[in-house]
Design a protein around this ligand. Structure first.
Ligand code: ATP
Ligand code: MG
Length: 203
């Protein structure tokens, strides 16, 4: 490429970047509203709970107060809990394991309701800035929790309070209510090739 061509390309690039910058600056300028967000991370791919916990860590790093409610407790204690509890994050964990392990519907419903009662207290607490409801979506698909009640409680939470909901197959009504929704798509997962869940990565 001649010097003249290179200079021309550079000038075109600069012009394009200026155009993008102007548009981005305008959008940042226009986004002035402050409010507690409802964020949903759904889909079949890996990365929903870790995204939720990452946001909690981000919030705590800024000095915000946070709580985590876990609706389906796995076989292993998740690594985030010990770290975040030490950083002052409140945890409320459902007492049963995976529903396909317990195979006891009445017990699962009672456990879901119990953790939901604790969730309602958190959703009324002005002092909590961010709450992660990990795997809440299943409680709605199995009808262990009442959809209308969940929506009413979310709507009446403190105005500044951010809520993150994770889990597959999020109910349409929660997606409609949310401010930000991301769907994590699975391209491939190590488990499909017989690789077991890895400590520190999968839990
Ligand atoms: P993570 O907690 O790693 O962010 P996740 O919350 O997106 O995962 P879940 O559906 O809650 O995913 O499942 C939790 C466990 O199942 C994790 O160990 C994760 O690696 C694994 N997992 C997630 N997606 C898949 C998948 N598509 N196939 C197999 N296993 C998966
Ligand atoms: Mg998860």
């Amino acid at each position: 490429m001649t010097d003249k061509n290179a200079a021309q390309k550079n000038s075109q690039h600069k012009k394009r970047m200026q155009g993008i910058k102007e548009k981005v600056d305008q959008r940042i300028e226009n986004a002035q509203e402050e409010k507690g967000l409802l964020i949903v991370i759904t889909g079949n791919g890996k990365g929903k709970s870790t995204s939720g916990f990452g946001t909690v860590a981000r919030a705590v790093g800024h000095g915000l107060s946070a709580a985590v409610v876990q609706f389906i407790k796995g076989t292993w204690a998740c690594g985030e809990r010990s770290l975040l509890e030490n950083a002052g994050v409140t945890f409320a964990v459902m007492a049963t394991g995976f529903t396909w392990n317990t195979q006891d519907k009445a017990k699962d419903i009672a456990a879901a309701q119990e953790v939901w009662q604790r969730s309602k207290l958190l959703l009324a607490d002005e002092s909590i800035d961010v709450i992660l409801f990990d795997e809440l979506t299943y409680m709605l698909s199995y009808k262990y929790l009442d959809l209308e009640e969940v929506i009413t409680t979310l709507n009446s939470r403190p105005k500044h309070q951010h809520v993150i909901i994770t889990g597959r197959a999020c109910h349409r009504a929660i997606i409609d209510l949310a401010d930000t929704v991301s769907e994590v798509q699975s391209i491939k997962h190590a488990f499909d090739n017989g690789i077991k869940a890895q400590k520190g990565i999968d839990w």
